[in-house]
Each structure stands twice: as structure tokens, then as C-alpha cells.
Design a protein around this ligand. Structure first.
Ligand code: ATP
Length: 896
């Protein structure tokens, strides 16, 4: 094999012979062998930052700079203990940052590979879906609209193929493709017979020969596609970052003022005050906050992936919590997508079809009589058309009948078999010459089939669409003029039972016609063979999920391409849109934006809607101040998915184009996954709030204690090294526990969070001040009291340090719930991590109090049982105070 022929300049024949392959594809063994030679079809991942770089990056932080500078100063002053403790604190901060960032990256990495692309290939002449990484040069790939081109292809068969090559050429206008070779010097954008890896098929179908894979592709050469890389940043994170920076400046100013006051006004030792200022800075700045938020988001994203919702863009996690409307597709998302034809209507009779699922066993029953299908020519004709105008494949595997392709078409294949037809025989009698595939825009599929003698166009699609193309209807003795009223009545009647409707028609054409164009369909004059009604039962879990969304104050709207009556009936079964009108795509089309805005919130079921309606609906809802999550699967859904606040693509039946436009991909296409993701999104946001509410007051408390002591000329309750100790202990243990906080009960009983709500509300500031003051009261109060009754400074300080840490532990319990009480078993013991962290923290405090080395380092000393009791009582003030406040909130029914 030659490595770099100019494929675009070669005829397709030459390409096949160069690559030693055929139009029906490679054989499986030869594909495998080639895979070993060429390696997988993927781009090399960008080099990751090594652990050392990551560790060093943790030092790049204003607080760490300050601490390092102070360590140097203290060393010069000869305060070796202080210097050592400051360096210890630096190390702890850096290590925590390093470990957390590593965990966050690992969490994101683990989901990065969950979104693998697939490719449809011909191998051994059989159509197969394979992992796109297994493509090799010489494979024959089938493209259809919505696909991402999986490798560089030389096209050899195209059908209205249009490809958007922005990923490669920057040109966002789709390019019409052909199969003719082009000049060897043609630039990439003009190589019309090529489809390049990473570009998107926006329309049509094609077959192409793989000429390059992996890094050999044009995309691989420019090595630009890092589309899957998540950036660890969200609006909230940026908000916190900004807030953190402001806070740092304020704290630095405060500390500078404290230093000046302490030294010049109170006459304290300047070196001592300097070290105190450093300790104060370290303890007051919530330096751990961004790291904790990052890891919470990353863990949340991992959790969602476990529940089959893959987050492609992190900010979506936050937005999910404030979603007020979920607009969802019907088929496969709210319903099971396990289709069975239950009713067939021809011009003179209608049949109920027995049997469930794809198993091709069942009868046709009319007026309680089972009929023999081949004695009913109109029925057989309908079954034949349903079989021929079909891209699906029905096969038996492990004693189960399965479908490859569209389940609607699978149901028709089963119907045809029940009607006694054999796919192989019919394929021989009616070989396919051309086809127009199904698209939601035109809602029909057509094929041209036949031999040299007879040729026919078979057509199937939405009844309204097909009826307008028919002039006649098939009868027992031939055909007669169409009776549209009869068919409309039958269609409405069938749809009202919740059945999905399809009309099937045919028309003879001249025996020299060998291709199919839209004009052949639009010229009409078809003969209607009949209607089929397909059942697609709702998913049980979707019914539950819709209910859950309603209690969570989220409206669920169904936007479907299906018939209005079918949509209404299925909606009623799911609890969507009961007692409300159904709006159709046609009605939406004639409304202007203002009118649409007026009605959009009054309607829950939108039927016969096309992707462009979806976009208008999202815009109208957003204009009504709604936060909209929208599902989609087709290439034309991409604009609506991008426009929605949370775009959700179907992982299973969704096209690559939809997935790329979406924020979240549902692995299982299931509506209940969306409501789970909303719940998870709300929980993550809750946990973020809880962590902030925990960290800010604990930092604030320590700072106020020291500043108050200096200002009021009191004995210092904590020495600088003791302040650093408290900071290290609590940063290592307590602050981490809330990241693993389980979802609060009743989270889906609250209304959605207003999107504009700032994270630092008045309530937050009040809570921070209150808890800081309670900590000050407990610690400083007990310290001063002890001094007053003649306890030694050493003991009083050891007690003060312990009160702060114990107070933080108590407050940690209270922080588990924002409003609910934690004074119950679940509240106190429900989060294992809280218990572990409190245990670890207690151990460290015991060591601090009793271990001789630590006593020497930090000036602590052993305490009596009575002292401990006082510590616990003083520490519990934080818990009691915040629980009392929550009780007040609950009483006044205030939500936070
Ligand atoms: P949703 O948007 O909720 O998934 P849907 O799957 O019913 O709804 P479409 O796939 O756009 O929406 O289908 C719309 C209509 O087109 C169907 O009601 C049916 O009449 C017709 N239809 C669906 N699939 C095919 C097909 N493969 N061939 C021909 N017609 C089809």
C-alpha cells in the first residue's frame, strides 16, 4: 500500500485497487489484520501535565507566595518554630490542592472516553455498526445525515450529500459533495469527492472508502480537534474566584491594619505581630474554596455519568438546578421505542394484529375472525410495500428477535413476516434502485424498486403527508378514487388510541426510470395502500419521572413529530398536557413570535413539530423567563440544542451532530435520566452552598477572635502557630467532608432555583457573621473566663484552640442540611465522611493536647476532663445557634 496517493485526484476505481478492497467492503479477518498494522483510528491524546508540573502549579497562588515570603522573614528573625510551622502549612495547602485537582481530573478523565463514536461499515457485504476506532483503510463507510465523518473517505456513491467542514476549513457553509475526482492541487475545501474526518454530514447519504485513519487524516495532521476536553470552569466557579480575590484583598488590608494597630498603638512586639499577621492571613483567606468547588463539580459529573447522563459542558451542571421547563421528544425518550403494529387499515376493512414485540408471530383479526393474509390482496400489498420501503433489518439472535435500524421500520418488518412475506424473496423480486431516506422535515421515506419490466415507487410516512400525494386507493378488485374523509376519520380514530400512524402508498413508473428525486414524489398520483397503527408504550419510569418533575416545579413539555391525537393520548398516559390544548407544527408556523410567546406556556404537547419549531419554542419560552432543557437527536435539532439553556442529546439514537451541539448526552435516551440529572444538579449546587457556608464562617471565626483580642487589648487567645495549626487541621479534614454529602430528601419538592440568584445572598452573609460570632463567643469567652478565674495562659489557650476546632466540628454537622434540622439519627450519622473527618480531627486534637512534641511546638498542654466538658459546651454553640436559626427559617417557610 502506498501511503500518500492523492486520493481526490484518483478515480474511485483506482482508489479501490490501490487499497486492495471492494465496494462491498473488507472481510472481517482482513480488517483485523489491517487494524494491527495501522493502529486504532484515533488522534493521539494531547500530552497531559505530569504530576510534578501539577504540584508546582499549586504554589502559584497569592497566599502561598505570602506564606513563603513570611517563612523567609521568620527564618531571618531566627523564629525557627514559626518558620517550620508556616512551611508545614504551605505544604499541607499545596498537597491538598494537588490531591484534589488530581481527583477532579481523574473524575473527568473517566467519563471522557464514554462518548465513543460509531461508524456504519460494510464488512463481508454486511452492514455493521462498529466502534469508529476500529476503522481501517479499505473499509467502506456508510454516511447519513447527522453523522460525523469517522475517517478520511474517498466518496464513491453520493445522494444529495452535504457536509459542513468547519472543523477543518473554518467554512461553516455546508459543501455539496460528488464522486468525480478533482485536480491534484485542489485545496481541501474544493475536494468535492472527499469527506474528511471530523466534519459533519448535514444532509443526504453516501458511501465512501476509508483512505486514512487516525493521525494520518487531514485532521490528524493539523492535530486540532480537542473537542472533548472539558475545561474545569463554570460561571459559579468564576464567581467564587472573583469573590475570593476581593476577599483576599479585604483580608490583607484588615491584617495590615491589625498589624499597624497591634504594633504602634498597642505596642506589641513587631516580629510577633508580623507572624500573627501571616497566621491571620492564612486562616482568614478561604483558599481551599475554589479547589473544593472544582472537586465537587467533577465528582458530581462522575456521579451523573454513572447514572447515564454524560456532561459535555460543565456549566450545565449548575444550570440543571434552575431548569424550569423540560422539553422532551416522545419516541424512545418517554416511550419504550419497542414498536409493534397493532392495527392495519385498508380501504374496505381494518385488522387487529396480534403478537407482541418483534417476534414475527401473530394473526390478522377482523370482526373477531382470523384471516389468512395471502387471501387478502390489499393487505398483502400493504405488507409488501412496508417490507420493501424499509431500511431496517430483523434478525434472530439468541432466540430473540432484534432490529437493526429504526424501530418503526422493525415493526413493519415483523408485520410483513406475519403477513407471510419473505424479505429475501421480495428483495429479489423488487431490487432497490434508489431511495429517499426518512427525515423529520419531510416525514416520508420512498424507494424506487423493480426489474427491467416493472418499476414502482413505494412510499411510507405520516398520513397527512402521504394522503395529499395520493389520488387513488387500493381495493379488493383493483383501485378507486381516494376517499380522504374515510382515511382521515380512520387516522384520527387510530391515533386517539395512542397508536403511532403511518400511511403506505405506491405508484408505478416507467421501466426506464432508475433514480428517485423529490419531484417524483411531489408529482403525486400515488395509490394509497392503507394505514398502520403502531403501539409504543410509555416507559413506566418516565411516568414517575414526569410526576417527580411536576412536584419539583418543573414543567414537562412533549415536542414530537407524531400525530396530534397520538401525542395527546400518549401525553395523557404520561401525565403531560392533560386538559390542555395540543398545538401542531402547522399552527406554530402561522403564529408570529409574540403570539407564540402568549400561548407557549399554556400548552404542554406540541405535535407534528419539526426541528425549526423546536428552536422557536425554546426562544419563546426563554422570552417568558424560563430556563429550558431541550432534548434532540437529529442533525437539525442542533440549533435548538445549542439555544436551550441545557441541550440534551440522545446517546443511542442521536446523531453525532446533535451530541456535539448538546451540553449533556443521555446514554440510555431515557426521560427519567433527565430528571435524575436535574436532581443531581440540584444536589451539587446544594453541596456547593453548604461548603461555602461551612468554610467562610470557620475562617471568619478564627480571624475575628484574634482581631478582637488585639483591638480590645486582651491577652491573645491563640498564638500565631496555633492559628496555623487550626487552619491546617480543619483544612485537611473537615472541609472535605461535605463534598460527599448525599442528596437531601425533598430536593425535588422545592421550586427551581432562580437562575439570577447570586450565591452570596443576604442569608449567606448573615449566616457567616452569625457563626463567626458564635465561635468567637465560645472561644474567646471561655478563654477570658479561664484567665479570670486564674487558669494559666497555656491551659486557657489550649482550651481556646480546642473550642474553635470542636465548634467547627459541631458546625459541620449542622452544615449538612441548609434548612432541615440535623438533630436526628440521619442528620448526625448520615454522612460517613463527616464522621470519618470528625474522627480524624478529634485524633489530631488529642495529639495536639497531649503529645509532648506537639506541646513543645505549639505551646499546648494537657487538659482535665472538666476542661473538655467546658470545651464541648462552648463549641456546641455553633450547632445550637445555627439549628435555632434553621428552625426559624422553617417556621417562616423561607427557602435559601
Ligand atoms: P419524537 O420527535 O417524539 O421522537 P417521532 O419519532 O414520532 O417523535 P418523527 O421521527 O419525526 O417523530 O416521526 C414523525 C412521523 O413520521 C411519524 O409519526 C410517522 O408517521 C413518520 N415516520 C416515522 N418514522 C418513519 C420512517 N422510518 N419512515 C417513514 N415515515 C416515518
Amino acid at each position: 500500500m502506498n501511503d500518500t496517493p492523492l486520493w481526490h485526484n484518483l478515480s474511485d476505481k483506482d482508489c479501490f485497487s490501490t487499497l486492495e478492497t471492494q465496494r462491498h467492503g473488507l472481510s472481517q479477518p482482513s480488517a483485523q489484520q489491517r487494524l494491527q498494522q495501522t493502529g486504532p483510528n484515533c488522534l493521539p491524546t494531547p500530552p497531559k501535565q505530569g504530576p510534578i508540573t501539577r504540584l508546582l502549579r499549586q504554589f502559584h497562588n497569592i497566599l502561598i507566595y505570602i506564606m513563603l515570603a513570611s517563612a523567609v522573614v521568620t527564618a531571618f528573625l531566627g523564629h525557627w518554630v514559626d518558620c517550620g510551622v508556616i512551611l508545614g502549612a504551605v505544604l499541607v495547602n499545596v498537597l491538598i490542592g494537588f490531591i484534589q485537582e488530581g481527583k477532579a481530573e481523574a473524575a473527568l478523565e473517566s467519563i471522557r472516553n464514554m462518548l465513543t463514536s460509531h461508524a456504519t461499515v460494510l464488512r463481508d457485504g454486511q452492514r455493521q455498526e462498529i466502534d469508529a476506532r476500529h476503522l481501517v483503510p479499505g473499509d467502506v463507510v456508510l454516511l447519513s445525515s447527522g453523522d460525523k465523518v469517522p475517517a478520511d473517505l474517498r466518496l464513491f456513491q453520493v445522494h444529495n450529500l452535504r457536509i459542513e467542514e468547519a472543523a477543518l476549513t473554518g467554512e461553516s457553509l455546508a459543501v455539496e459533495k460528488s464522486i468525480e475526482p478533482v485536480a491534484d492541487e485542489a485545496p481541501l475545501g474544493d475536494r468535492y469527492c472527499m469527506a474528511y474526518s471530523g466534519t459533519l454530514v448535514v444532509y443526504g447519504q453516501a458511501r465512501g472508502l476509508v483512505v486514512a485513519t487516525g493521525s494520518q487524516t487531514e485532521l490528524g495532521k493539523i492535530n486540532s480537534l480537542l473537542a472533548n476536553v472539558q475545561v474545569l470552569s463554570t460561571p459559579l466557579l468564576r464567581q467564587i474566584d472573583r469573590f475570593g480575590r476581593w476577599l483576599a484583598v479585604i483580608i490583607l488590608l484588615l491584617v495590615a491594619a491589625t498589624f499597624a494597630l497591634g504594633t504602634f498603638w498597642r505596642g506589641n512586639d513587631a516580629a510577633e505581630m508580623f507572624i500573627m499577621s501571616v497566621a491571620l492571613t492564612a486562616s482568614a483567606i478561604p483558599e481551599g474554596l475554589p479547589a473544593i468547588i472544582t472537586i465537587m463539580l467533577a465528582l458530581g459529573v462522575q456521579q451523573m455519568a454513572k447514572q447515564r447522563a454524560i456532561v459535555r459542558r460543565l456549566p450545565a451542571v449548575e444550570t440543571l438546578g434552575s431548569v424550569t421547563v423540560i422539553c422532551t421528544d416522545k419516541t424512545g425518550t418517554l416511550t419504550r421505542n419497542e414498536m409493534t403494529v397493532q392495527r392495519v387499515i385498508v380501504s374496505e376493512s381494518s385488522y387487529e394484529v396480534t403478537g407482541i414485540g418483534y417476534l414475527p408471530m401473530g394473526n390478522f383479526v377482523t370482526h373477531q375472525q382470523t384471516v389468512v393474509p395471502d387471501q387478502q390482496p390489499p393487505l398483502t400489498d400493504l405488507c409488501r410495500a412496508a417490507l420493501i420501503c424499509n431500511d431496517g433489518r430483523l434478525f434472530e439472535q439468541h432466540q430473540q428477535w432484534c432490529v437493526e435500524g429504526d424501530p418503526t421500520e422493525g415493526a413493519l418488518l415483523t408485520l410483513a413476516r406475519k403477513g407471510g412475506l419473505s424479505p429475501e424473496t421480495e428483495a429479489q423480486l423488487w431490487p432497490r434502485l434508489d431511495s429517499i431516506p426518512f427525515e423529520s422535515e419531510h416525514r416520508f421515506m420512498a424507494t424506487l424498486n423493480g426489474t427491467k419490466q416493472v418499476r414502482r415507487i413505494f412510499l411510507k410516512g405520516a398520513p397527512e403527508r402521504i394522503l395529499e400525494l395520493c389520488s387513488h386507493q387500493r381495493t379488493l378488485c383493483g383501485q378507486q378514487i381516494l376517499e380522504p374523509d374515510y382515511w382521515r376519520r380512520m387516522a384520527t380514530d387510530t391515533a386517539a388510541r395512542g397508536l403511532r400512524l403511518l400511511a403506505i402508498a405506491e405508484k408505478s413508473v416507467t421501466s426506464d426510470q432508475d433514480s428517485l428525486a423529490f419531484s417524483d414524489i411531489e408529482s403525486g398520483d400515488f395509490t394509497l395502500l392503507g394505514l398502520v397503527g403502531i403501539i409504543d408504550p410509555p416507559r413506566e419510569e418516565a411516568i414517575q419521572a414526569v410526576k417527580e418533575c411536576h412536584t419539583a416545579g418543573i414543567q414537562v413539555k412533549m415536542i414530537t413529530g407524531d400525530h396530534a391525537e397520538t401525542a395527546r393520548a400518549i401525553g395523557a398516559q404520561l401525565g403531560i398536557g392533560q386538559g390542555k390544548p395540543v398545538l401542531t407544527g402547522a399552527e406554530i408556523s402561522v403564529m408570529d413570535d409574540a403570539k407564540l410567546r402568549q400561548v407557549v406556556m399554556e400548552v404542554d404537547v406540541f405535535a407534528r413539530a419539526s426541528p425549526e419549531h423546536k428552536l422557536r419554542l425554546v426562544e419563546a419560552m426563554q422570552a417568558c423567563h424560563q430556563v429550558v432543557a431541550m432534548t434532540g437527536d437529529g442533525v437539525n435539532d442542533a440549533p435548538a440544542l445549542k439555544r436551550a439553556d441545557v441541550g440534551i442529546a440522545m446517546g443511542h439514537k442521536g446523531t453525532e451532530a446533535a451530541k456535539e451541539a448538546a451540553d449533556i448526552v443521555l446514554v440510555d435516551d431515557n426521560f427519567s435520566t433527565i430528571s435524575n440529572a436535574v436532581r443531581e444538579g440540584r444536589a451539587i449546587y446544594d453541596n456547593l452552598k453548604k461548603s461555602i457556608l461551612f468554610i467562610l464562617p470557620t475562617n471568619g471565626g478564627q480571624a475575628i477572635i484574634v482581631i478582637a483580642a488585639i483591638l480590645f487589648e486582651l491577652a491573645l487567645p491563640l498564638t500565631p502557630v496555633q492559628v496555623l495549626w487550626v487552619n491546617m487541621v480543619t483544612a485537611c479534614t473537615l472541609a472535605l467532608a461535605l463534598a460527599a454529602e448525599p442528596i437531601e430528601r425533598g430536593i425535588m419538592h422545592r421550586p427551581p432555583r432562580p437562575p439570577s440568584e447570586p450565591i452570596l445572598t443576604g442569608f449567606f452573609i448573615w449566616r457567616v457573621v452569625m457563626v463567626s460570632l458564635l465561635m468567637t463567643l465560645g472561644s474567646l469567652g471561655l478563654f477570658l473566663w479561664e484567665l479570670h478565674i486564674g487558669t494559666s495562659l497555656e491551659v486557657a489557650r489550649t482550651m481556646a484552640v480546642n473550642v474553635i476546632v470542636v465548634g467547627e466540628m459541631f458546625y459541620l454537622f449542622s452544615s449538612r442540611y441548609l434548612v432541615a434540622s440535623v438533630l436526628n439519627w440521619q442528620g448526625l450519622l448520615g454522612n460517613r465522611w463527616v464522621l470519618i473527618c470528625v474522627g480524624a480531627c478529634t485524633l489530631l486534637q488529642v495529639l495536639y493536647t497531649y503529645h509532648p512534641t506537639l506541646q513543645q511546638l505549639f505551646g499546648s498542654t494537657a487538659l482535665s476532663g472538666w476542661a473538655w466538658l467546658q470545651i464541648i459546651l462552648a463549641g456546641s454553640l455553633t450547632l445550637l445557634g445555627s439549628e435555632l436559626e434553621k428552625w426559624q427559617l422553617r417556621r417562616r417557610k423561607v427557602s435559601v
